[in-house]
Design a protein around this ligand. Structure first.
Ligand code: HEM
Ligand code: HEM
Length: 227
Protein backbone atom coordinates (compact mmCIF):
# COMPACT_ATOMS: atom_id res chain seq x y z
CA UNK A 1 0.00 0.00 0.00
CA UNK A 2 1.29 3.47 -0.90
CA UNK A 3 2.28 5.46 2.19
CA UNK A 4 2.54 9.23 1.99
CA UNK A 5 2.81 11.82 4.74
CA UNK A 6 0.36 14.71 4.60
CA UNK A 7 0.30 18.02 6.46
CA UNK A 8 -2.94 19.82 7.35
CA UNK A 9 -3.48 23.33 5.93
CA UNK A 10 -6.38 25.60 6.91
CA UNK A 11 -7.45 26.82 3.48
CA UNK A 12 -11.11 27.96 3.50
CA UNK A 13 -11.90 30.40 6.30
CA UNK A 14 -15.37 30.35 7.84
CA UNK A 15 -16.64 33.35 5.77
CA UNK A 16 -15.66 31.58 2.51
CA UNK A 17 -17.46 28.40 3.60
CA UNK A 18 -20.55 30.33 4.65
CA UNK A 19 -20.44 32.27 1.38
CA UNK A 20 -20.17 29.02 -0.62
CA UNK A 21 -23.10 27.20 0.95
CA UNK A 22 -25.39 30.25 1.11
CA UNK A 23 -24.58 30.84 -2.56
CA UNK A 24 -25.19 27.19 -3.51
CA UNK A 25 -28.58 27.23 -1.71
CA UNK A 26 -29.60 30.61 -3.14
CA UNK A 27 -28.64 29.64 -6.72
CA UNK A 28 -30.58 26.37 -6.40
CA UNK A 29 -33.69 28.22 -5.14
CA UNK A 30 -33.30 30.86 -7.88
CA UNK A 31 -32.95 28.26 -10.64
CA UNK A 32 -36.00 26.28 -9.47
CA UNK A 33 -38.26 29.33 -8.95
CA UNK A 34 -36.86 31.07 -12.05
CA UNK A 35 -37.67 28.01 -14.17
CA UNK A 36 -41.23 28.02 -12.80
CA UNK A 37 -41.59 31.75 -13.55
CA UNK A 38 -40.50 31.10 -17.16
CA UNK A 39 -42.69 27.99 -17.58
CA UNK A 40 -45.59 28.28 -15.09
CA UNK A 41 -47.53 25.14 -14.22
CA UNK A 42 -51.14 25.18 -15.40
CA UNK A 43 -52.66 24.20 -12.07
CA UNK A 44 -56.41 23.75 -12.31
CA UNK A 45 -58.39 24.49 -9.21
CA UNK A 46 -62.02 25.19 -8.39
CA UNK A 47 -61.21 27.44 -5.46
CA UNK A 48 -61.37 31.22 -5.30
CA UNK A 49 -58.39 32.74 -7.21
CA UNK A 50 -57.22 34.70 -4.18
CA UNK A 51 -56.80 31.42 -2.24
CA UNK A 52 -54.36 30.02 -4.79
CA UNK A 53 -51.57 32.51 -4.72
CA UNK A 54 -48.87 29.91 -5.46
CA UNK A 55 -47.29 31.85 -8.34
CA UNK A 56 -46.94 34.90 -6.08
CA UNK A 57 -45.19 32.68 -3.53
CA UNK A 58 -42.84 31.36 -6.21
CA UNK A 59 -41.95 34.92 -7.21
CA UNK A 60 -41.56 35.94 -3.56
CA UNK A 61 -39.07 33.09 -2.99
CA UNK A 62 -37.22 34.15 -6.17
CA UNK A 63 -36.90 37.76 -5.00
CA UNK A 64 -36.00 36.82 -1.41
CA UNK A 65 -33.27 34.42 -2.60
CA UNK A 66 -32.14 37.06 -5.11
CA UNK A 67 -31.38 39.59 -2.36
CA UNK A 68 -29.61 36.94 -0.25
CA UNK A 69 -27.62 35.92 -3.34
CA UNK A 70 -26.77 39.54 -4.23
CA UNK A 71 -25.51 40.65 -0.79
CA UNK A 72 -23.66 37.36 -0.28
CA UNK A 73 -21.90 37.96 -3.61
CA UNK A 74 -20.96 41.54 -2.61
CA UNK A 75 -19.55 40.13 0.63
CA UNK A 76 -17.38 37.63 -1.31
CA UNK A 77 -15.99 40.45 -3.44
CA UNK A 78 -15.00 42.26 -0.23
CA UNK A 79 -13.49 39.03 1.15
CA UNK A 80 -11.32 38.79 -1.97
CA UNK A 81 -9.38 41.72 -0.46
CA UNK A 82 -9.83 41.03 3.28
CA UNK A 83 -9.51 37.23 3.41
CA UNK A 84 -6.48 34.92 3.53
CA UNK A 85 -4.14 34.19 0.60
CA UNK A 86 -6.41 31.41 -0.73
CA UNK A 87 -9.49 33.67 -0.79
CA UNK A 88 -7.61 36.55 -2.44
CA UNK A 89 -8.84 37.89 -5.81
CA UNK A 90 -5.44 37.04 -7.37
CA UNK A 91 -6.41 33.33 -7.33
CA UNK A 92 -9.11 34.03 -9.91
CA UNK A 93 -7.09 35.92 -12.51
CA UNK A 94 -3.94 34.11 -13.72
CA UNK A 95 -0.98 36.39 -14.38
CA UNK A 96 2.14 34.20 -14.08
CA UNK A 97 3.60 31.58 -16.44
CA UNK A 98 3.39 29.03 -13.61
CA UNK A 99 -0.37 29.54 -13.41
CA UNK A 100 -0.82 29.07 -17.17
CA UNK A 101 1.24 25.86 -17.03
CA UNK A 102 -1.01 24.64 -14.23
CA UNK A 103 -4.11 25.24 -16.38
CA UNK A 104 -2.65 22.85 -19.00
CA UNK A 105 -1.75 20.32 -16.28
CA UNK A 106 -5.29 20.37 -14.89
CA UNK A 107 -6.79 19.99 -18.39
CA UNK A 108 -4.60 16.89 -18.83
CA UNK A 109 -5.97 15.51 -15.58
CA UNK A 110 -9.61 16.43 -16.27
CA UNK A 111 -9.89 15.56 -19.96
CA UNK A 112 -7.12 13.03 -20.67
CA UNK A 113 -7.37 11.58 -17.14
CA UNK A 114 -3.56 11.71 -16.95
CA UNK A 115 -1.79 11.15 -13.66
CA UNK A 116 0.37 14.07 -12.71
CA UNK A 117 2.61 15.15 -9.88
CA UNK A 118 0.87 17.01 -7.00
CA UNK A 119 -0.58 20.34 -8.14
CA UNK A 120 1.25 23.50 -7.13
CA UNK A 121 -1.85 25.27 -5.85
CA UNK A 122 -3.17 24.54 -2.39
CA UNK A 123 -6.34 26.64 -2.73
CA UNK A 124 -8.24 26.59 -6.01
CA UNK A 125 -6.19 25.20 -8.88
CA UNK A 126 -5.70 27.86 -11.56
CA UNK A 127 -8.29 26.41 -13.97
CA UNK A 128 -10.88 26.23 -11.18
CA UNK A 129 -10.06 29.83 -10.21
CA UNK A 130 -10.62 31.05 -13.78
CA UNK A 131 -13.90 29.13 -13.95
CA UNK A 132 -15.10 30.73 -10.71
CA UNK A 133 -14.13 34.12 -12.11
CA UNK A 134 -16.39 33.45 -15.12
CA UNK A 135 -19.21 32.47 -12.74
CA UNK A 136 -18.64 35.72 -10.82
CA UNK A 137 -19.16 37.63 -14.10
CA UNK A 138 -22.33 35.59 -14.64
CA UNK A 139 -23.45 36.41 -11.05
CA UNK A 140 -22.95 40.07 -11.87
CA UNK A 141 -24.92 39.77 -15.12
CA UNK A 142 -27.75 37.90 -13.37
CA UNK A 143 -27.88 40.48 -10.56
CA UNK A 144 -27.89 43.45 -12.94
CA UNK A 145 -30.55 42.03 -15.29
CA UNK A 146 -32.64 40.77 -12.33
CA UNK A 147 -32.52 44.12 -10.55
CA UNK A 148 -33.28 45.87 -13.87
CA UNK A 149 -36.48 43.82 -14.27
CA UNK A 150 -37.30 44.23 -10.60
CA UNK A 151 -37.16 48.04 -10.91
CA UNK A 152 -40.46 47.85 -12.85
CA UNK A 153 -42.20 46.37 -9.82
CA UNK A 154 -40.52 48.07 -6.89
CA UNK A 155 -39.96 51.59 -5.64
CA UNK A 156 -37.01 50.56 -3.45
CA UNK A 157 -33.85 52.53 -4.14
CA UNK A 158 -31.54 49.57 -4.98
CA UNK A 159 -33.56 48.22 -7.96
CA UNK A 160 -34.28 51.79 -9.13
CA UNK A 161 -30.53 52.24 -9.64
CA UNK A 162 -30.77 49.60 -12.41
CA UNK A 163 -33.87 50.86 -14.24
CA UNK A 164 -31.77 51.88 -17.28
CA UNK A 165 -30.74 48.24 -17.95
CA UNK A 166 -34.05 47.17 -19.52
CA UNK A 167 -34.18 49.89 -22.25
CA UNK A 168 -30.42 49.44 -22.84
CA UNK A 169 -30.83 45.71 -23.54
CA UNK A 170 -33.78 46.15 -25.87
CA UNK A 171 -36.78 45.80 -23.57
CA UNK A 172 -38.28 43.48 -20.99
CA UNK A 173 -38.60 40.49 -23.31
CA UNK A 174 -34.91 40.53 -24.29
CA UNK A 175 -33.73 40.94 -20.68
CA UNK A 176 -35.89 38.01 -19.54
CA UNK A 177 -34.52 35.83 -22.36
CA UNK A 178 -30.90 36.56 -21.37
CA UNK A 179 -31.70 36.14 -17.68
CA UNK A 180 -33.32 32.79 -18.54
CA UNK A 181 -30.45 31.53 -20.74
CA UNK A 182 -28.00 32.35 -17.96
CA UNK A 183 -29.88 30.01 -15.62
CA UNK A 184 -28.80 27.09 -17.82
CA UNK A 185 -25.18 28.18 -17.46
CA UNK A 186 -25.50 27.77 -13.69
CA UNK A 187 -27.13 24.37 -14.04
CA UNK A 188 -24.38 23.12 -16.38
CA UNK A 189 -21.67 24.72 -14.20
CA UNK A 190 -23.04 23.01 -11.06
CA UNK A 191 -23.10 19.56 -12.67
CA UNK A 192 -19.51 19.86 -13.94
CA UNK A 193 -18.36 21.56 -10.71
CA UNK A 194 -19.64 18.82 -8.41
CA UNK A 195 -18.25 16.11 -10.71
CA UNK A 196 -14.81 17.77 -10.78
CA UNK A 197 -14.76 18.33 -7.01
CA UNK A 198 -15.40 14.61 -6.49
CA UNK A 199 -12.94 13.62 -9.23
CA UNK A 200 -10.13 15.80 -7.84
CA UNK A 201 -10.85 14.48 -4.38
CA UNK A 202 -10.17 11.00 -5.77
CA UNK A 203 -7.07 11.77 -7.87
CA UNK A 204 -5.41 14.20 -5.46
CA UNK A 205 -6.39 12.59 -2.17
CA UNK A 206 -6.24 15.99 -0.48
CA UNK A 207 -9.79 15.98 0.92
CA UNK A 208 -11.07 18.65 -1.48
CA UNK A 209 -14.78 17.87 -0.94
CA UNK A 210 -14.71 18.16 2.84
CA UNK A 211 -12.48 21.25 2.66
CA UNK A 212 -15.57 23.36 1.92
CA UNK A 213 -17.12 22.02 5.13
CA UNK A 214 -14.26 22.00 7.64
CA UNK A 215 -11.81 24.33 5.92
CA UNK A 216 -8.81 21.94 5.91
CA UNK A 217 -6.92 20.36 3.03
CA UNK A 218 -4.20 17.70 3.33
CA UNK A 219 -1.04 18.49 1.40
CA UNK A 220 1.87 16.11 0.64
CA UNK A 221 4.64 16.77 3.18
CA UNK A 222 7.42 16.00 0.72
CA UNK A 223 6.07 18.57 -1.73
CA UNK A 224 7.71 21.95 -1.77
CA UNK A 225 4.23 23.52 -1.70
CA UNK A 226 3.84 23.00 2.04
CA UNK A 227 5.44 26.03 3.57
C1 HEM B 1 -28.43 32.63 -10.20
C2 HEM B 1 -29.27 33.61 -10.14
C3 HEM B 1 -30.62 33.67 -10.86
C4 HEM B 1 -31.25 32.75 -11.67
C5 HEM B 1 -30.75 31.38 -12.07
C6 HEM B 1 -32.50 33.37 -12.11
C7 HEM B 1 -33.41 32.78 -12.98
C8 HEM B 1 -34.56 33.38 -13.45
C9 HEM B 1 -35.41 32.84 -14.48
C10 HEM B 1 -35.17 31.55 -15.24
C11 HEM B 1 -36.47 33.71 -14.65
C12 HEM B 1 -37.63 33.55 -15.63
C13 HEM B 1 -37.32 34.26 -16.92
C14 HEM B 1 -38.36 33.95 -17.96
O1 HEM B 1 -38.22 32.92 -18.65
O2 HEM B 1 -39.35 34.68 -18.05
C15 HEM B 1 -36.30 34.81 -13.72
C16 HEM B 1 -37.15 35.89 -13.60
C17 HEM B 1 -36.87 36.99 -12.81
N1 HEM B 1 -35.77 37.16 -11.99
FE1 HEM B 1 -34.22 35.88 -11.74
N2 HEM B 1 -32.62 34.61 -11.54
C18 HEM B 1 -31.48 34.84 -10.77
C19 HEM B 1 -31.18 35.96 -10.06
C20 HEM B 1 -32.01 37.06 -9.94
C21 HEM B 1 -31.68 38.26 -9.19
C22 HEM B 1 -30.36 38.51 -8.43
C23 HEM B 1 -32.74 39.09 -9.28
C24 HEM B 1 -32.82 40.45 -8.64
C25 HEM B 1 -33.86 40.95 -8.10
C26 HEM B 1 -33.75 38.43 -10.11
C27 HEM B 1 -34.99 38.96 -10.48
C28 HEM B 1 -35.87 38.40 -11.38
C29 HEM B 1 -37.08 39.05 -11.86
C30 HEM B 1 -37.57 40.45 -11.44
C31 HEM B 1 -37.71 38.17 -12.74
C32 HEM B 1 -39.02 38.40 -13.50
C33 HEM B 1 -40.14 37.92 -12.64
C34 HEM B 1 -41.50 38.15 -13.24
O3 HEM B 1 -41.63 38.93 -14.17
O4 HEM B 1 -42.44 37.50 -12.75
N3 HEM B 1 -33.28 37.19 -10.49
N4 HEM B 1 -35.12 34.59 -13.02
C1 HEM C 1 -23.17 19.61 -3.47
C2 HEM C 1 -22.80 20.66 -4.17
C3 HEM C 1 -21.44 21.30 -4.10
C4 HEM C 1 -20.23 20.85 -3.60
C5 HEM C 1 -19.91 19.49 -2.97
C6 HEM C 1 -19.26 21.90 -3.79
C7 HEM C 1 -17.94 21.86 -3.39
C8 HEM C 1 -17.00 22.86 -3.57
C9 HEM C 1 -15.61 22.79 -3.14
C10 HEM C 1 -15.00 21.61 -2.43
C11 HEM C 1 -15.01 23.93 -3.52
C12 HEM C 1 -13.52 24.28 -3.36
C13 HEM C 1 -12.82 23.60 -4.50
C14 HEM C 1 -11.38 23.97 -4.65
O1 HEM C 1 -10.58 23.72 -3.76
O2 HEM C 1 -11.04 24.56 -5.70
C15 HEM C 1 -16.01 24.79 -4.16
C16 HEM C 1 -15.81 26.07 -4.62
C17 HEM C 1 -16.77 26.86 -5.22
N1 HEM C 1 -18.07 26.45 -5.54
FE1 HEM C 1 -18.96 24.73 -5.00
N2 HEM C 1 -19.88 22.97 -4.43
C18 HEM C 1 -21.20 22.65 -4.62
C19 HEM C 1 -22.18 23.42 -5.21
C20 HEM C 1 -21.95 24.67 -5.76
C21 HEM C 1 -22.97 25.49 -6.40
C22 HEM C 1 -24.46 25.10 -6.60
C23 HEM C 1 -22.36 26.64 -6.78
C24 HEM C 1 -22.95 27.84 -7.51
C25 HEM C 1 -23.56 27.79 -8.65
C26 HEM C 1 -20.96 26.56 -6.38
C27 HEM C 1 -20.01 27.55 -6.61
C28 HEM C 1 -18.71 27.52 -6.14
C29 HEM C 1 -17.81 28.66 -6.20
C30 HEM C 1 -18.15 30.04 -6.80
C31 HEM C 1 -16.61 28.25 -5.60
C32 HEM C 1 -15.40 29.14 -5.34
C33 HEM C 1 -15.56 29.58 -3.89
C34 HEM C 1 -14.77 30.81 -3.51
O3 HEM C 1 -13.55 30.83 -3.56
O4 HEM C 1 -15.41 31.79 -3.12
N3 HEM C 1 -20.74 25.35 -5.77
N4 HEM C 1 -17.22 24.08 -4.20
Amino acid sequence: MEQRAFGRVYVWQLPVRFYHWINALAVSALAITGYLIGAPLAIQSGSEASFSYWFGTVRFIHFLSAFVFFFNFIFRLYWGFAGNQYANWRNFIPTTKKQYTEILDVLRVDILQARIKPLGSIGHNTLAGVTYFVTFLAFLFQSVTGLGMYSAMSDASLPRLFSWIVPLMGGDFAVRQWHHVMMWLFIVFTMIHVYLVFYHDYVEGRGVTSSMVGGWKFIEKESSHLK
